[in-house]
Structure formats: C-alpha cells, structure tokens
Design a protein around this ligand. Structure first.
Ligand SMILES: CC(C)(COP(=O)(O)OP(=O)(O)OC[C@H]1O[C@@H](n2cnc3c(N)ncnc32)[C@H](O)[C@@H]1OP(=O)(O)O)[C@@H](O)C(=O)NCCC(=O)NCCS
Length: 179
C-alpha cells in the first residue's frame, strides 16, 4: 500500500558519531533502495566505505526520518576541515564567511518521494548549525536533483571530480541558515 503520510507526519531523529554502529546498516539499506539500478555502479558500491569515513568523524551529524519504525530517508554531513576548503577555488572573490558544513549524502526511499521528505531532512540537518555556509556535490547528469537543491537556496559554483572513478559533480554552495 502506498504510504499516505506527509513529510510533516514523519518522526525525524538526530544521530551523531556515537550512534554510527546503530544506524550504519539503516543508512546503507536506504541508500541502496534509493539508488535503484544505479546501485550496481562500481563507484556507488563503495558507499559503505563513505559511511564509515563520514561517520568516523567525531562531528558527524545525521538525521533519519521514520514512518513508524520504518526508516524512509536520511541526510548527513560534517563540518568541513577549515584547512581544506576545496570549494574555495571555485569562488572569486572567495566569501568572507568561512565556516562550512559539508552536506555529504541525501536519500529518500522511492515510495516516500515527492512528499517533501528530502526538504524536511535537509532543513532539519542544516537548522541550528553554527557554520556560515553549506557545500554539497551533485552529479552533473542529475539536473533535476540540482534543481531541487537550488529551490532550497544552493547555487552551483563549479564542477569537480573528487576521485578518478567518481562522476563529475556540480559544486553547490549556500549561506546558512537556509531561507
Ligand atoms: C534526490 C531525492 C532525495 C529527492 O527526493 P524528493 O524530494 O522526494 O524528489 P524526487 O524523488 O521527486 O526527485 C526530484 C527530481 O530529481 C530526479 N531524481 C532524483 N534522484 C535522481 C537520480 N539519482 N538521478 C537522476 N534524477 C534523479 C527525480 O526524477 C525528480 O525529477 P522530476 O522533478 O522531473 O520528477 C530522491 O529522489 C533520492 O533519494 N534519489 C536517489 C539518491 C540521490 O540522488 N540523492 C542525492 C545525492 S546528491
């Protein structure tokens, strides 16, 4: 049966680095279902490594939305390393504000799409953060996803391929808090 819940009726919970062992498989499962056929892509298969990398950061921040006990979406990231603000090379002039939250991953299971769940978990992840900016990467071949981020205030500032085997991504930046 199709879920009839709206995003506002979901239970959104916050998690940190300390919770990683508890939420790791949930994140991997939601991500795999969200990817659909793309999950067989060689780069996408490395996702568990990225979960451990990001979740291993003591400042890791994650929100997971639940429909009852069922996880339906997640969003996570961590503060960017101030000594490694790679996105700055895309900006001329670079903004005076510096502290940046790196928004790493977002996924919504297919049955819960088009209900504002992606916006809900994004806003809950980014609200009350004390960084000045948020940065993310989105596959340049997914313009509709880029448009979604633009609707929340992100703007494309450049393109980047962070790993030799990764897609080319649009680098997107916004000031915090979101409007
Ligand atoms: C991106 C996502 C969180 C958005 O969820 P949502 O707010 O409910 O919105 P939708 O699923 O309707 O997606 C918005 C648009 O992006 C498109 N889109 C979503 N994921 C896509 C993907 N992986 N590749 C290409 N297009 C994608 C949708 O087809 C939709 O296009 P439309 O407006 O023309 O119908 C969800 O689609 C998802 O989990 N996708 C797979 C994982 C992903 O791409 N995460 C973002 C990483 S930057």
């Amino acid at each position: 049966m199709e879920p009839s819940l709206s995003a506002a009726e979901l239970d959104v919970r916050y998690f940190t680095h300390e919770d990683l062992s508890q939420i790791r498989q949930t994140i991997i499962d939601v991500h795999a279902e969200a990817q659909g056929a793309d999950r067989d892509d060689e780069f996408k298969k490395k996702f568990p490594w990225f979960v451990d990398h990001w979740g291993g950061n003591p400042a890791f921040a994650c929100v997971i939305a639940y429909d009852g006990d069922e996880p339906v979406a997640f969003a996570y990231g961590a503060p960017a390393n101030p000594d490694h603000e790679w996105w700055r090379e895309h900006l001329d002039p670079a903004p005076k504000k510096t502290r940046t939250f790196a928004y790493s991953e977002l996924a919504v299971r297919p049955k819960w799409r088009k209900k504002g769940v992606a916006e809900l978990v994004t806003r809950m992840l980014l609200e009350n953060r004390d960084e000045d900016l948020a940065v993310l990467l989105v596959d340049v071949e997914h313009p509709r996803v880029q448009a979604l981020y633009e609707s929340w205030g992100f703007r494309k500032v450049g393109e980047r391929r962070p790993f030799p085997d990764s897609p080319v991504y649009a680098v997107m930046l916004t000031e915090l808090p979101l409007d």
